[in-house]
Write a protein of this length. Structure first.
Length: 402
């Protein structure tokens, strides 16, 4: 079999998505997600100008060799743009393999290790009462794990809480909006939130929380310690992770489990975190870390150190990535949990898919390949619109991590 054609689709059914479609001479085609939130056109251009010409004529079954060709062969390695482009090709080729062999991708990754993929939902609110009500609503919907994010008294807006009564979507059209941040106010409020939340809902549901890279290691250590009585499933991205040793300080002070990795691109971003057992969950996603070929190696390495997976699954990861994550999650032995932030109705219509949710778990479905498609004529109705993630400043105006 040979790759005969590949092209990039850019659409915005509620939010922007970049999708690679790869066709073969035997009539099979595959899809790969290449969306990099707020920097979409960089990956689209990288693919069209630099990658697509190099894959025409290659055998789509050679996922390992093509991965190495695009990674080592570029000379310039890693980085979010390169790794999202490699991921798009890689996932499209696994999709083709599955379709050609008439089997779901999970069978090519080792087969099912479990019956369903445990997922966590997003709950949020402008007050503790609203957060509690939203967690309870998700429990009634069947979720067994819920992430809780709250507005912080004294701050106008914060990560994870919608500004209007609509589903949370951080990327906004127009230039980047600016938020204000205070670690002091956040650290004062968050343990009280979880104390009231646990008292209201009991111990039977897993609770998670995303710090979104905003603290210093010693501040994160304090938070982890104060959250210990409320038994979080994890505390996510407590600090910006460029300095892997920062996690050592957190680890030395608290037994609250730590998860990180949604902005990582390769095993080299997580190598020290994993081998020193400074984290419990590695949250790299299929799309931003080189596709299934690389993520499987990350998971296998992590499994040696008791680190489990928890793939990023926000709405800026398209249904193609969600499908890939579910095939991956049902197959890898050291799976932990999968994030589930449901896509809009427009997005779901543009990307019809076989995956489903039932009683706290998601299922990839048994369609050959990934079981997700792209309705190209419907996608044309939603042209790309430039959008950015917000930026964050401290109360005195200093730029900080969003
Ligand atoms: O594009 C950025 C989002 O994907 C990110 O802010 C979402 O942190 C996130 C999460 O855990 O879903
Ligand atoms: Mg996160």
């Amino acid at each position: 079999m040979k790759i005969t054609r590949a092209w990039v689709n850019i659409c915005s059914p509620g939010r922007n998505f970049v999708t690679l479609k790869v066709e073969t001479d035997e009539g099979f085609y595959g899809l790969g997600d290449a969306t990099l939130n707020g920097r979409e056109m960089a990956v689209a251009s990288y693919l069209t100008e630099h990658v697509v010409p190099c894959i025409i004529g290659r055998d789509p079954f050679q996922t390992e060799d093509i991965w190495q060709y695009l990674y080592r062969g570029a000379y310039w390695r890693r980085g979010p743009v390169t790794m999202a482009a490699i991921a798009a090709v890689d996932v499209a080729l696994w999709d083709i393999k599955g379709k050609a062999l008439q089997t779901p991708v999970y069978n090519l990754l080792g087969g099912k290790s479990r019956e369903g993929v445990l997922v966590y939902a997003h709950a949020h609110g402008n007050s503790t009462e609203e957060v509690i009500a939203d967690v309870q609503k998700h429990m009634e919907m069947g979720y067994l794990a819920v992430r809780a994010q709250s507005a912080i008294p004294g701050l106008d807006s914060t990560y994870g809480v919608p500004k209007k009564a609509q589903p949370y979507e951080p990327a906004e059209r127009g230039l980047p909006s600016e938020s204000r941040w205070s670690s002091e106010l956040y650290l004062r409020h968050t343990p009280r939130l979880f104390e009231k939340l646990r008292a209201a809902i009991g111990e039977d549901v897993h609770l998670l929380h995303d710090v979104h890279h905003r603290l210093t290691p010693i501040e994160a250590a304090r938070l982890g310690k104060e959250l210990e009585p409320f038994h979080l499933f994890w505390m996510e991205d407590p600090v910006p992770a460029e300095l892997q040793e920062g996690f050592k300080i957190i680890r030395e002070h608290t037994t609250t489990p730590v998860a990180t990795g949604e902005v990582f691109h390769s095993i080299w971003d997580a190598h020290d975190l994993i081998r020193n057992q400074w984290i419990d969950y590695i949250r790299m996603s299929v799309v931003h870390s080189g596709g299934l070929t690389h993520l499987k190696k990350v998971a296998d390495f992590a499994s040696l150190y008791h680190v489990r997976t928890g793939c990023h699954g926000a709405t800026d990861l398209s249904p193609v990535t969600m499908a890939a994550a579910l095939h991956f999650g049902i197959a890898v032995h050291n799976f932990g949990i999968q994030e589930h932030m449901p896509h809009s109705a427009e997005t779901n219509a543009v990307f019809p898919h076989a995956y489903s949710f039932k009683a706290g778990y998601m299922y990839p479905g048994d369609a050959p390949g990934l079981g997700v498609d792209l309705d190209e004529s419907l996608a044309k109705k939603y042209p790309y619109q430039r959008a950015y993630l917000p930026i964050n400043r401290r109360l005195d105006g200093t730029l900080t991590d969003w």
